[in-house]
Design a protein around this ligand. Sequence first.
Ligand code: SF4
Length: 327
Amino acid sequence: MKTRIIYGPILSRRLGRSLGVDVIKKAGTKKNCNFDCVYCQLGHVDYKIKGPEEVEGAVTTEEVVEGIRSFHRNIENLDYVTFSGTCEPTLNLSLGSMIRGVKQIIDQPVCVLTNSSLVDREDVRSNLAEADLVIATLVSGNEDTFRAMHRPADGIRLDNIIKGLQAMKSLKKRPRLGIEVMLVDSTNGYPVNSTDEEITKLIEVLKTIDPDEIEILTVSRPPAEKFIVPVADTRLKEIARRFDAEFGRDRVRLVLKGLRRDRSNMQHENLEEEVYDLVLRRPCTYEQICASLGISSVELAPIMEKLVSSNNIISIVSKKGTYYKAS
Ligand code: SF4
């Protein structure tokens, strides 16, 4: 089954309808990342990339520009082009030239979703500076919790990430900086970031970064580790109130439940491949596949039957429903 580097549209509250770009080719069906987060929806991996120099299968600027050129005509009302996907996009050091290339052929703003691991590098910050919006993950202000939750590759340290994010905010020409705070709970006492002490420390650190916006959310898809569970809505609201009081309501967004998805105006060239690409990148329920691709369950049914019977995708049953992922 062929996979693409362009996999739009993806939908989110913050980014609306956005065309996703994956800038590192996947290793089979495995993610390609320098973190191994306990909450990762792509599952656990043993091997982590240490840095850009170790990346194999980096996509080129030409591939991205060509991909955007041929793909974006199929989608109306695009709000963003978003660099994200099954890897950490900043691991590809051509990211800056890719963003410049994309901006020459499309008017929509460009967003990069990053796990923040490399923001202490000046070359990575100048690549990010080409974007209009950078949404960077920061889950904790404590090194130990950071390590427990992200299980980063050797050499990645929270204090360097914090310095990198502070430096991003003081760039002369800079993108809007959003911080994504993924909050989780655990069933077995594993260190997580939703306790009062953790929130106090995170707020303290975020004040030194002074981001333009902060998004608070919890896991909504099956996480890599079974002992990781979503934070209850009541607790999320309590935490959001603390952030509101410190940063102002305008800067803080709380995501409680999956969004209502609008029908996409995408014209499909090969629906079977598009369904496979979608579940390859993240496990989805039947409803989520329909919403993401703007198709009905009647259209999806024969495709799912074929993909499941050929063992290209499998189902996983979780408390939140039945999800489908690449096998
Ligand atoms: S959640 Fe993102 S940063 Fe963490 S391991 Fe998965 S792909 Fe990497």
